[in-house]
Design a protein around this ligand. Structure first.
Ligand code: NI
Length: 256
């Protein structure tokens, strides 16, 4: 079944129909979802969902855009949250230079500290990186961040950068953007990489695939992403689903 490696179902965009939507997943072929924390509140929210649904797991961490809320006490709380049996990763963490705030040095510091946390508790990392390829690669390398595996989610860089990430032990997260008309760079990356290096994600409620671009995204749209990847690779949709599910389970250490 399809494994959605990155979603935010705690988001208020799902407040009206969260229960109905999540109850419909298994029947629609969505086997597993990892709900990703982006700040302290959504890290707690991710764990809450993971305790309510047997097919949902959680990642806890603070996104670079929200890293100004971190301090030593919050880092300690993240560590406590990460000890929960339903927590399978630290994330999303990283660098986002698209926005001028928070300050880049602050982003780098909390990125490094959260990588150190992940290494300490032996969990994989979910990396968010936007307009910051060089600094992201440098920090991942310096911190040996791939030691417990992980993913560069919503991958937006070149195939060359993707190969460097794979060499460091990371999977490449592919979602709705691969279906966009202007998604040429990601299509090229998918074409060049073996399926063994790719996992599938929504980033719901964001980045809905075509023809739903701009609408609220959810895991039920993932067959559109699967079909596009199958087309590019010249394999069946079943094979894309099977291999990417195996990859995701291996990365998050989820027993089948
Ligand atoms: Ni996300």
């Amino acid at each position: 079944m399809i494994f959605d490696t990155h979603a935010h179902y705690d988001d208020e965009a799902f407040d009206e129909d969260r229960i109905q939507l999540l109850d419909s997943m298994k029947e629609a072929g969505i086997g597993t979802i990892v709900n990703i924390g982006a700040n302290m509140a959504s890290s707690r929210g991710s764990l809450k969902l993971a305790h309510e649904y047997d097919f949902i797991y959680a990642a806890v961490g603070v996104h670079p855009s929200d890293c100004a809320e971190l301090d030593d006490g919050k880092m300690l709380e993240l560590k406590e949250l990460s000890a929960d049996e339903r927590c399978v990763a630290i994330g999303e963490i990283g660098l986002d230079y698209y926005w001028p705030e928070p300050d880049r040095d602050l982003q780098k510091m909390w990125f490094r500290k959260q990588i150190a946390l992940a290494k300490g508790v032996k969990l994989p990392v979910v990396i968010h990186s936007r307009d910051a390829a060089a600094d992201t690669l440098a920090i991942l390398k310096e911190e040996n961040a791939g030691v417990n595996g992980g993913v560069v989610h919503c991958f937006s860089y070149s195939a060359e950068v993707a190969k460097q990430c794979v060499d460091m032990g990371f999977f490449i997260g592919v979602g709705g953007v691969v279906t966009f008309k202007n998604g040429r760079k990601l299509k090229e990356t998918v074409d060049i990489l073996p399926l063994d290096n790719i996992i599938i994600e929504t980033d719901a409620p964001y980045l809905a695939p075509a023809p739903h671009r701009g609408e609220r995204n959810c895991s039920l749209y993932l067959p559109l992403v699967v079909e596009t990847i199958a087309d590019i690779k010249g394999v069946s949709t079943e094979e894309v689903i099977r291999i990417t599910e195996e990859n995701a389970k291996r990365m998050y250490n989820i027993a089948s």
